[in-house]
Design a protein around this ligand. Sequence first.
Ligand code: NIG
Ligand code: FE
Length: 405
Amino acid sequence: MTSITLWRNARIATMDPSCPWGWIERGALMTRGAQLHWVGTEGHWPKDLLVSAEHDLQGALVTPGLIDAHTHLVYAGDRAAEFEQRLQGASYEDIAKAGGGIRSTVQATRAASPEALFSAAAQRARVLMAEGVTTLEIKSGYGLSAEHEGRCLAVARQLGRELPITVVTTSLGAHALPQEFTGRADDYIDAVCQWLPEQHAHGWVDAVDAFCDTIGFTPAQTRRVFETAKALGLPVKLHAEQLSNQEGAALAAAYGALSCDHLEYLSDSGIAAMRQAGTVAMLLPGAYYFLRDTHMPPVDALRRSGVPMAVATDHNPGSSPMLSLLLMLHMACTLFRLTPEEAWRGVTLHAARALGLKDRGLLQAGLRADFAVWDAEHPREMAYRFGHNPCRFTVWGGVMRTQST
Ligand code: NIG
Ligand code: FE
């Protein structure tokens, strides 16, 4: 029989949409194996069950485990020299057009062994986990060849097998044009579309992404990638309207995209299309901050339209070298003017939706027992402070995770 554990004496932000924060002032949870069996008021748990372990949380705060739903975690090298160049006046686009930027990370990534890629990515994942992250999306996109894209996806899958965290993988071959395809972007898209079935057959792909922008790919090229994904039955998402408006969001929404990400230049018609398709708006304040962008995503209009907003780190070496989802909570509030509750829903409920996961993102009986226990009175404190990690421990699939696991 699956054993039952009682976690009692907690303040719980379940994130259930039925009330603010899904708040339970004096709460308790029961887990049964990897699942939540019951969530409710202290003392009111079902009494007819044999409880095999009991934890008194002494008034600590419990929230759903955090979900970082947009990262580029697998890569080698860094771009600190490019950061310096930008401080001397070069723009992110100039550097990319001159063959630096993403291409320089591709060079370093191709030269690294799978072991080195795994160990660097595992180290990064552990930093995120220490702040309560229990589910992590990882994109490829720094290999840009059949061999190296496959290697990066396989490393991401390996992280999911070897660390106590759920890893969701996204194929992002259409991230940038590799050197060897210079002047032949359409041929490169042909190649990307050829790799996808094979990557899928290996079980490496949960979704397909592309970078639709002036320094990325055109809407027509993006559409070809989406057609291939659709034929394989894979969901799509898009790096859309980050540096310019290409009407990429409307294109992605037409394919029922899980999310459109960045969205600084999102238009009204893009918002309408996303709302109709039920596509999540993935806000990435780290990239906005690090590139010193001044064109804010249309948060008010998204809110008015009822488009769910998620928040993620976009961790990558070029535009967002941050490894703190708690810092993103703070930045979503200070830079994008989300309320602390919106920002929290963005890293839990709406982040789960952006990954197409219906079994997590809130604390409710029947869902996964993924939760974080905090030395805090209220989750708004984590949106307010930064540089402070009050995570006491995390439970992933019903199992308590410590720093060493
Ligand atoms: O999400 N926009 C494109 N891709 C990444 C940046 C990649 C890089 O600069 O290495 C992003 O911001
Ligand atoms: Fe990204």
